[in-house]
Design a protein around this ligand. Structure first.
Ligand code: ADP
Length: 444
């Protein structure tokens, strides 16, 4: 308590002054006695103060004097504080050493970046993966060291919600995945992983599916050839007359298999293609008019179609991929909507981009199934899907084709009421109005 210490000090000084006065009065110099005692106490205080100053400037070299009273208490307090600080420092140093040891042991590269993207610290794995040198590269800005365009774009964008992949600058065989995690005051932690093996496995799987699908085509063509001959025979009065029904079933199964192979090949192609930022400017209204004709033919007039299409809205994209998005979503709406239902197709643009949606009044999808329907071969009702000729790959194709167009799929559905599948394309992919060469053609 500061006030307690002060009053104790005052009492002590008064007692000493009285004693000095008493001794002084013996010789007839009471005030001199008081002054001498007080001066002596003042010198003591000054000595302790200068000892404290010396200790504060180098606590390791100078020891605090062992004294009693308020100074003694103050010195004790300071020593306890120092001890506590030393302990805390030791603990922090141990934690830091442990952190550094564990990050050194990480197979992933870790790089700490300062507010301007300059390298502050990195571990051994980062050294190996990025070819960083210690200490030359400390303080260098990371975009000057990792020069892959995909990384430069990722770093500049500042949206670090996902990883970015780039070929390693020191070995083109190595593919790296970068992830930046912002923290603290403008600092960032960059994690680098070698994903070459993963990529190789992915490629091997894709190649296998593509090759297997391709290989299946030849035997299927042979079977279809025989089926053609046998069906012709079964139609007449030939030996295969009784085989009419089994042959029709064989034909339908062969067609299904062909559809499966076609979808598997389509998906393999979609997966292996790199994303191209801009492609052709597609006349979506014309494509949709054609889809409507096809849809009516498939539905055999069992459904009512409503088309609401913004006629001047086009899309930068790939013709075949966008067409397969339209065909699959409209096809599904027809497949999963009982006769008499309504299918509403919309194509419109706003400040968020271009949008395509297909809404139906069909059987709908339970909430728990919605997140899974874009998985390969996932069907809510396998029997129903197979019976209606579905391959189980349609929505996977839609999802991949959309990813190639920086698009996003949303699904809203209620069992027994209907479903709405919507595709959202970013604004830079949308184009409104006629093209320059069309305007020129109109002017002539
Ligand atoms: P499939 O060839 O089986 O239709 P998809 O990948 O196109 O494969 O669709 C996956 C599953 O999603 C379907 O089996 C079906 O259960 C469900 N589904 C897709 N579209 C609709 C829809 N419009 N209404 C109800 N269910 C749907």
């Amino acid at each position: 308590m500061p006030s307690q210490a002060l009053s104790r000090e005052l009492i002590r000084a008064t007692l000493w002054a009285l004693l000095g006065g008493l001794v002084g009065s013996r010789f007839g110099f009471a005030w001199l006695g008081v002054s001498v005692v007080l001066a002596f106490r003042l010198i003591l205080h000054l000595r302790n103060l200068s000892a404290l100053r010396a200790w504060l400037s180098s606590p390791k070299q100078v020891a605090l004097p062992i004294v009693g009273g308020t100074w003694g208490e103050a010195f004790d307090g300071l020593l306890t504080l120092q001890k506590r600080n030393r302990k805390r420092k030791k603990k922090l140093a141990a934690i830091l050493a442990e952190f550094q040891a564990s990050t050194e042991a990480l197979p992933d590269g870790a790089v700490v970046l300062g507010p301007n993207g300059e390298i502050v610290w990195f571990n051994a794995a980062a050294q190996a993966l990025l070819g960083l040198r210690l200490p030359q590269d400390l303080g260098l800005r990371v975009p000057n060291l990792v020069r892959a365009p995909s990384f430069t774009e990722y770093f500049g964008k500042g949206d670090y919600s996902s990883d970015v992949e780039a070929v390693s600058a020191i070995n083109p065989q190595i593919i790296l995945a970068f992830r930046i995690i912002p923290y603290g005051n403008g600092q960032r932690l960059m994690i680098v992983r070698d994903i070459s093996e993963l990529k190789r496995m992915e490629m091997a799987r894709r190649d296998f599916v593509a090759n297997a699908s391709h290989e299946l085509r030849t035997p299927l063509t042979v079977l279809r050839g025989y089926l053609d001959v046998m069906e012709a025979d079964a139609r007449g009065e030939g030996a295969l007359k009784a085989w009419h029904t089994p042959l029709a079933e064989m034909r339908s199964q062969a067609t299904r298999m062909e559809m499966l192979i076609a979808d598997m090949l389509k998906l393999a192609r979609l997966e292996s293609d790199v994303v191209l930022s801009r492609q052709d400017l597609l006349d979506v209204p014309r494509m949709l008019a054609q889809s409507l004709e096809e849809a009516k033919a498939v539905s055999k007039n069992a459904h009512r179609f409503e088309f609401e299409v913004q006629s001047d809205l086009r899309l930068f994209g790939r013709d075949t991929e966008v067409q397969s998005i339209f065909t699959n979503l409209i096809g599904n709406a027809i497949q999963y909507t009982p006769a008499g239902g309504i299918i509403r197709v919309r194509w419109w643009g706003d400040d968020k981009g271009a949008h395509f949606s297909v809404a139906d009044t069909g059987i709908g999808i339970a909430e728990k199934d919605i997140p899974r329907i874009t998985e390969r071969f996932y069907r809510v009702d396998v029997g129903r899907s197979r019976a209606s000729g579905g391959t189980g790959l349609g929505l996977s194709i839609v999802k991949h084709a959309l990813e190639h167009h920086e698009g996003r799929l949303t699904v809203e559905s209620e069992p027994g009421v209907g479903s709405t599948f919507a595709c959202h394309f970013p604004p830079h992919r949308a184009h409104r109005g006629a093209l320059r060469n069309e305007l020129r053609a109109q002017a002539h």
